[in-house]
Design a protein around this ligand. Structure first.
Ligand code: UDP
Length: 318
């Protein structure tokens, strides 16, 4: 196999795991990432891999890394804290960056795959969420920089398919966790793991009755790889449908870490979705995909990574 893929955002959490999966299947991989929220440490293990290249560049400017057979567009700040901090950059990478990634696919006749999100459904009124649901999104609230950027990037993707015949795919990713998540991206799993390991209070926002459905990273990447090989053009949900309240999630983290931390309640952020659960019938039928790893198991698989990240943070902030 002599196929070459470009992964925008390949130094991020999911992007870097995707690179590993592509390399394992024999691809050559070039990552383009400006390291706004991605990290060199996520791809450090690939430094001596001859089929791997890293280009530090902002895809909000046009880019060309030579001929590629597949464009995987994963560049985007993706946690509420990260896109809250980098709101304008998030809107730019969802718009300008998406045009540029699609232009590369169009130029080389490459296939194209974009990472979209369950945030397209907003604070959903339909539950669980099917791909056919158009969503309930506040277009001017604090989360709009991400939600609308991703909705727009889906629209651009469909336009390049309709007008320029680019061979596109769209995945809608639900909450995913595992090794290489940034310790300080503010998401619930890294926050709770960090707090439980340090023996600090776990910060539950609101009354903790809001729900999320958590997918372990290896299941998520398996879904991406299957979708990348399919011809499905319309969005496909990839996520684990096992739904937990945030309070339940906190209790599982305490059990997995073996921590005696207490729970502390803090205000719920504005527009925080009250519930989220993917309907994955489409992925099951189309891709034969099924997540295998339960939340407690996945948290146990992630524990060493989070312990190491907490220990390293103590060293670097000393
Ligand atoms: N959350 C929480 N405590 C934290 C971080 C997050 O209670 O320390 C809640 C947050 O309000 C939301 C859920 O956990 O209801 C998931 O938040 P996250 O930032 O992980 O991702 P989201 O699904 O909102 O994009």
């Amino acid at each position: 196999m002599n196929q070459r893929a470009v992964v925008t955002g390949g130094a991020g959490f999911l992007g870097s795991h995707l690179c590993d999966a592509l390399l394992a299947e024999g691809w050559k991989v070039v990552v383009v990432d400006n390291l706004l929220t991605g990290r060199r440490s996520n791809i450090a293990h690939l430094a001596h891999e001859p089929r791997f290249e890293f280009v530090e560049k902002d895809i909000c400017e046009p880019f060309d890394v030579g001929k590629v057979d597949y464009v995987f567009h994963f560049a985007c700040p993706a946690s509420p804290v990260d896109y809250g901090t980098h709101g304008v950059e998030t809107l730019k990478v969802g718009s300008l960056g998406t045009f540029h990634a699609l232009d590369v696919a169009r130029k080389y006749g490459a296939k194209y795959f974009i990472s979209s999100t369950s945030e397209c459904y907003g604070d959903p009124l339909e539950h669980p969420q099917k791909e056919t649901y158009w969503g309930h999104v506040n277009p001017i609230g604090p989360r709009s920089v991400y939600d609308e950027a991703k909705r727009f990037s889906e629209a651009v993707t469909m336009a390049y398919r309709r007008y320029y015949k680019v061979d596109t795919r769209i995945v809608r990713i639900f909450n995913t966790y595992g090794p290489r998540m940034q310790l300080n991206d503010g998401r619930v799993v890294p926050n709770f793991m960090k707090q439980a390991i340090r023996g600090e209070d776990l910060t539950v926002y609101g009354d903790g009755s809001q729900t999320r459905s958590f997918c372990y990273v290896s299941d998520e990447i398996d879904g991406f790889m299957r979708l990348s090989r399919s011809d499905e053009a319309l969005p496909v949900n990839i996520g684990n449908p096992d739904e937990f309240t945030i309070l339940e999630c906190a209790k599982i983290v305490l059990k997995v870490v073996g921590s005696k931390s207490q729970i502390r309640y803090e205000p719920l952020p504005q527009d925080d979705p009250k519930q989220r659960q993917p309907d994955i019938s489409k992925a099951r039928q189309l891709l034969g995909w099924e997540p295998k790893i339960a939340l407690e198991t996945g948290l146990r698989l992630s524990l060493d990574y989070f312990k190491k990240a907490v220990a390293e943070e103590v060293v670097t902030t000393r």
